[in-house]
Design a protein around this ligand. Structure first.
Ligand code: AMP
Ligand code: MG
Length: 347
């Protein structure tokens, strides 16, 4: 090596060391909470600041998971035990805002997102740690619950007190508690002064700020659970939630029965295999993904408009993709042969 080459190498080494020093730190941690892997990424944050923050998030998630669980004993279990009596009783402070917000979102969805149908969800066997194995319930069993029309409007809140007009109401927040929890996590991070972060709960996420010089890049799950269908860049403040028939289901005599129940028929919703919703808040994105899945491939647009989401991508059960115009430009399919896409009317 001659002197010039040696000097050049030293100079290059120095430049790269300076570049390394200038690059802001990133803190990344995965938590096993809320029945899923929650991936937290904080940009511009070192481990000393990030670790205690994420430990706090883990504690919050644990608490929310226990308090809001639809079938494990806890605060929601107690509420569900007392509701059928028709009596007025006090609800814990952690459940009250969840009930109020879900009443509002249920109304906006025209009742397609309906957390009052806990009895139907349990009847199909989905209120259980193990996925059910069938057989599906009988028409008479379904009818018995449907005829009493459980709805969020049956619940009456007065301060911290609640009462149900309808003994058939049983609350199940499975369609939106994760979104609500992700919103609380982002709120807590912001309170701590964090500007650039992603909280990703098993593929459902809210991102704020940027990843340094570029937006955050995130993956959208494939409806058949085979890795990533597409990637998309998000920045500023955006939530992306997917509902699919691949998450919890059972097969019975050649037919698939999945965990998203159409409150009108009392049966698993048909026609779609996944719905991805973009919205400014995670709880809205979560509730809307479930509601649009119920609405189905022909009727989702008015529901998306009424709920106030900012973008939608759906995959029907034949593999055809529909998207709202703004989303088409942002989606990048992660496959050799991208599926045909139909662009819908604007939201
Ligand atoms: P998600 O994966 O967010 O679509 O939530 C699905 C879960 O929400 C199910 O496992 C049920 O616990 C619950 N659920 C099913 N159907 C509905 C519905 N129509 N409205 C509200 N919650 C529902
Ligand atoms: Mg949902």
């Amino acid at each position: 090596m001659n002197v010039i080459t040696a000097r050049l190498l030293t100079a290059l080494l120095l430049v790269s060391l300076v570049a390394c020093e200038r690059r802001p730190p990133e803190y990344h941690e995965q938590l096993l909470v809320f029945g899923t892997v929650v991936d937290v990424k904080l940009y511009g944050v070192d481990a000393k600041r990030g670790a205690p923050l994420v430990a706090q998030l883990a504690e919050d998630f644990e608490y929310m998971h226990e308090t809001w669980h639809a079938w494990h004993p806890g605060s929601l279990g107690r509420v569900n035990q007392l509701l059928p009596s028709g009596a007025t009783f006090a609800v814990g402070p952690s459940l009250l805002p969840l009930i109020k917000r879900s009443q509002e979102l249920s109304a906006r969805s025209g009742g397609l997102f309906n957390p009052a149908i806990g009895k139907l969800i349990a009847l199909w066997g989905f209120a259980s740690d193990e996925p059910p194995s069938g057989p599906p319930p009988t028409e008479a069993q379904i009818r018995a619950i449907l005829d009493s029309k459980p709805a969020m409007t049956d619940l009456h809140l007065d301060g911290i007190n609640i009462r149900s007009d309808n003994p058939a109401v049983k609350l199940d927040f499975g369609a939106f508690a994760k979104g609500y929890a992700v919103d609380r996590a982002i709120e807590r991070l912001r309170e701590a002064g964090i500007v650039d972060a992603v909280v990703n709960a098993g593929g459902d996420l809210r991102a704020i700020g940027r990843h340094g010089q570029r937006p955050w890049r995130i993956g959208i799950r494939h409806p058949r659970g085979e890795g990533i269908l597409a990637s998309v860049e998000v920045e500023g403040d955006e939530s992306v939630f997917t509902s699919g028939d691949y998450e919890r289901y059972f097969d019975w005599q050649g037919k698939r029965y999945d965990h998203i129940i159409d409150p009108r028929s009392g049966r698993p919703a048909k026609g779609l295999s996944s719905v991805t919703v973009f919205a400014d808040q995670a709880d809205l994105a979560d509730a809307a993904a479930t509601a649009l899945f119920v609405a189905g491939p022909k009727d989702w647009l008015p529901v998306a408009r009424a709920m106030g989401v900012s973008g939608v991508m759906l995959v029907d059960d034949a593999g055809n993709v529909q998207m709202t115009p703004g989303i088409r430009e942002r989606i990048h399919f992660e496959m050799d042969e991208p599926p045909p896409v139909v662009i819908s009317e604007a939201l």
